[in-house]
Design a protein around this ligand. Structure first.
Ligand code: NOJ
Length: 687
């Protein structure tokens, strides 16, 4: 049908045009009336309508309308498999629809209660070959999603070489993205027009700014036993490129019954609505862990930054970081400052070659018995560290004994690492985000849960909301994090970087960015530095969400600015509610978050290289109540390059009728703690 319409414009021979036009009109009408089937489902508020369409040759696709306008025109669905193509030749056997309204409580998160209101439609299809394939749609007030379901059937195995899902947006779209082969997703996001000149294949997710000022977020949810999706522009539409098995045409081996991950698109008129969307979490399965009482959000320090600024080493030697003495010093500091845990990297043997890691054998200068006892006495957890150097296969083979060892030593959080652009799984060398890698990471999460271990996954597959099902998957890297500011050849990330992430990477899930550097110059690698003011570092604790939030600098650096460090001591990392108050992608953001189970609010802002004034109406505070606010802001003459340490701490009483007017310096930010009056924080006023 669509091709016929295009054909009209492709026949410019004037002499015969009228005759042809008449003929084509008839063909088009026949196509419309006799051959195309369409069924649709709308969002609960009726603003979004998704229609499944089948053309005259049984080709399958969908369209989307938002507020009465077509926003996605006919876009293809289906697969190419080694066995046969599954893109046309389908009959609709049945269509069923359901309304859904519920809410659920998160174990931890940006919000305690999440509402799930959507309308669903399942279209049951039968291919001419006999293959059964259903497409399940869910339409929310802020977007839509669908997945492919292969019921149990005679043809019980399929080898997918291509997924044909596409998104044909009708408006010009500019996408914030990183290329699909960005190692570990550690790149600077950039904005580009999505059109035929877009030759790069992009990582999922992408965040879209549409011509009419509205926004989109294209990603996947519940990635299970399937390769991660990537996106490229092909045939005028944003199309799917599944991560392949290495050196192969194959993308996925599936056995029926099988459900693909959800393909999802958030569509909102404003950035606060985009950031507030919970579609991805709602599409994941409910919690699979019965007892979650052991999963606890916490801030943690670490024997870590020292290795990145190269004043300490991972391997044993003169400047070894993870020694018993050093760890005790960090743990006592953490105790004194109310930080719940300390990470130690380089405690175990194997760092000499980054290949032969031993996960249950400490170096000689690490006394596990002593430190595990100290951890219990102080009530400061040890965060374990398992760097695999990309050897996922050996790690997986020993997972049970490794996690048993950690649990026995009271270690219930492990940071995992896979430093190798191509990892070795039990299927040999593979992309970490291919099907085999995805299976490995899932095995890790499930095994860890058995031993009551939470995971902070570095060099991960991009998050897709699995933390709803496995809340022990607490945080993930998958970002060009703070460490790049220690050693990157380009001198460190530009100020803009942190103002892009809340609208892109972090929409996919919690991020272990490792905020909180308090000392920006690096004498060992003087060409690098952190491009921010101290107040920007404080703002990150509110703007970047992670239930395992690293407090990444050295204790001695924190003591250089003990009054500002107080904010980090106080700020929680588990929230009742979260709101984007104001922002612009790549320029700035201001978030307000309410502490979970409490009345207190924390507000934080960060800006790029442009200094700016922001107004923050405190309408989120409860009317009629008075609050004590401590505001940490850039001083008038602060800026990231020449005066990053100039700041002001102010105390005053505020209420919901107030508006804060705050200036953020170039590369700057602010943070505010707003507590019910009378419940002043435990620290005395030092300003
Ligand atoms: C890269 C990780 O991102 C970093 O946090 C860690 O310190 C090193 N790998 C070593 O595992």
């Amino acid at each position: 049908m669509i091709n016929s319409a295009k054909y009209i414009y492709l026949q410019p021979q004037n002499a015969i045009i009228m005759k042809k036009y008449l003929f084509l009109s008839i063909v088009i009408c026949i196509t419309f009336f006799s051959c195309t089937s369409s069924v649709d489902v709308s969002s609960p508020d009726g603003s979004i309508i998704v229609s499944f369409e089948e053309s005259n040759d049984g080709g399958i696709g969908y369209k989307v309308q938002k507020d009465g306008k077509e926003i996605v025109s006919f876009s293809t669905l289906g697969f190419i498999t080694e066995e046969l193509p599954l893109q046309n030749g389908f009959d609709i056997k049945n269509v069923s629809k359901k309304k859904h309204q519920s809410s659920w409580e998160t174990v931890w998160g940006e919000e305690r209660i999440i509402k799930d209101n959507h309308n669903a439609m399942v279209v049951k299809l039968k291919h001419k070959s006999g293959i059964l394939m259903n497409i399940e749609f869910r339409v929310f007030d802020d977007g839509f999603a669908f997945r492919y379901i292969f019921p149990k059937q005679e043809q019980d195995k399929l080898t997918i070489t291509d997924e044909l899902t596409s998104y044909h947006f009708t408006q010009q779209a500019q996408a914030w993205s990183i290329p699909w082969r960005t190692e570990y997703y550690e790149g600077l996001w950039s904005k580009r027009v999505l059109n035929e000149q877009t030759t790069d294949t992009l990582c999922s997710p992408i965040t879209i700014e549409f011509e009419d000022g509205s926004y989109g977020f294209v990603h996947e949810a519940a990635l299970t036993d399937y390769p991660a999706q990537n996106l490229y522009v092909g045939n005028g539409a944003l199309s799917t490129y599944l991560t392949p098995w290495l050196n192969s045409e194959v993308k996925a081996y599936i056995s029926t019954p099988f459900k693909t991950p959800w393909r999802m698109v958030v569509l909102t008129n404003s950035l606060p609505e985009l950031v507030a969307s919970r579609i991805m979490l709602n599409l994941n399965e409910p919690c699979a862990i019965d007892d979650t009482s052991w999963i606890k959000p916490t801030k943690f320090m670490g024997i870590w930054w020292g290795m990145h600024i190269k004043t300490m080493t991972w391997e044993q030697g003169k400047t070894h970081g993870a020694t018993t003495t050093n760890m005790e010093r960090y743990m006592r500091f953490a105790k004194e400052h109310g930080i719940g845990a300390v990470l130690a990297e380089g405690w175990n043997k194997g760092w000499e070659d980054w290949v032969h890691f031993e996960f249950t054998t400490p170096y000689d200068d690490w006394d596990m018995d002593y430190l595990s006892h100290l951890s219990e006495t102080l009530g400061v957890q040890i965060v374990g560290h398992n760097e695999t150097g990309g050897n996922a296969a050996d790690y997986e083979a020993d997972l049970d004994s490794i996690y048993r060892y950690h649990a026995k030593n009271g270690i219930h959080v492990i940071k995992t690492g896979y430093v190798a652009p191509i990892i070795r799984t039990k299927d040999g060398l593979q992309w970490n985000k291919g099907q085999s890698g995805v299976r490995h990471y899932r095995k890790v999460i499930e095994t860890a849960a058995k031993y009551h271990i939470a995971i902070d996954n570095h060099e991960p597959v991009m998050p897709t909301g699995l933390q709803r099902t496995y809340p022990n998957l607490m945080s993930q890297e998958g970002v060009r994090g703070q460490e790049w500011n220690a050693w990157s050849a380009d001198g460190g990330s530009p100020c803009e970087h942190v103002t892009v992430l809340p609208y892109t990477r972090i929409l996919a899930g919690p991020v272990d960015y490792t905020p909180g550097v308090f000392h920006f110059e690096n004498p060992v690698i003087p060409t690098t530095r952190v491009h921010s003011t101290l107040m920007n570092q404080l703002g990150l604790f509110v703007c970047f969400y992670s239930p395992l939030q690293m407090v990444c600098d050295l204790p001695e650096h924190y003591m250089e600015h003990a009054d500002a460090f107080r904010f980090i001591e106080d700020v929680p990392c588990d929230w009742e509610r979260s709101i984007l108050v104001d922002g612009k992608i790549g320029d700035f953001c201001v978030f307000a978050r309410q502490q979970r189970g409490a009345e207190d609010w924390y507000v934080g802002g960060i800006t790029d290289e442009g200094a700016r004034d922001v107004a923050v109406p405190l309408t989120m505070l409860e009317k009629g109540k008075t609050y004590d606010m401590t505001l940490y802001r850039d001083a008038e003459d602060a800026d990231w390059q020449s005066r990053p340490y100039e700041y002001v701490i102010e105390h005053k009483q505020v209420c919901s009728a107030d508006t804060l007017h705050i200036r953020m310096a170039s590369g700057g930010g602010f943070a505010a703690e707003i507590k019910i009056a009378g419940c002043s924080n435990s620290h005395s006023d030092s300003n």
